[in-house]
Write a protein that binds this ligand. Sequence first.
Ligand code: AP5
Ligand code: MG
Length: 219
Amino acid sequence: MVVVFLGPPGSGKGTQAERLRDEYGFTHFDTGAALRAEAASGSDFGRRIAAIIEGGNLVPLEVIRELVVRFLAGCDSDRVLFDGFPRNLDQAEVLEAGLAGIGDDLDHAIFLQLSQDALLGRIVNRRICASCGAIYSLVTSPPPGGMCPLDGGELLQRKDDTPEVFTNRLRVYMEQTVPVLDLYRNRGLLREVDGARTVENVTQSILRVVGIDGVGDGA
Ligand code: AP5
Ligand code: MG
């Protein structure tokens, strides 16, 4: 099964992807996390990527294509989840070609919906673990002791989690990613999920629309 998570910044894609990875056997490919790791490497290329992310713009298609091709070449899971990809129509073509190359196809495009005000509230209150990338909220899941309970890592605020950069990320989303929603809607692949409910309720809705039953079926 191949699933993509689409939705504006802060809608809960990463939070839900962590749960599907940890409890339902999905292999999770998070383009944002992969790019942040590249940015943190300190290479010249990494610095260029960091500048793009910190401005809230999309990195070039060829960079994404290479990440995706490498991921698909090393992936033998029968449950695959793309988080934050594809983000425009060119990337949707990259996905289609990549999946065709391994004899597969997209099954579900999950669209997490949330109001703009709620998005900004989530963005400015998000913290991530510097070492494992786990996602927390100062409001709904504040980590005890101010460190990651999974590995003791330092908690950081992403540099693109400011109101100013959020505004640009949302603009880019509206201009470039909304057409991808339309594409998948026309193909009958779009599954709209209300992202404003609790994390657990959203997970249950996603499981329902992709046809997975039960709690933690361990596949
Ligand atoms: P990326 O990291 O993908 O950022 P994004 O799409 O803007 O989405 P976010 O990660 O900000 O939000 P999310 O939906 O994952 O929400 P989360 O679960 O964390 O991309 C960053 C940048 O990388 C891009 O701007 C671009 O520069 C580049 N990039 C990435 N992919 C690219 C691509 N394909 N092409 C080109 N460039 C690319 O949740 C947010 C907060 O809310 C957390 O604090 C969480 O705890 C909380 N929360 C989550 N769910 C709930 C809930 N149900 N109730 C209450 N709180 C909740
Ligand atoms: Mg994310």
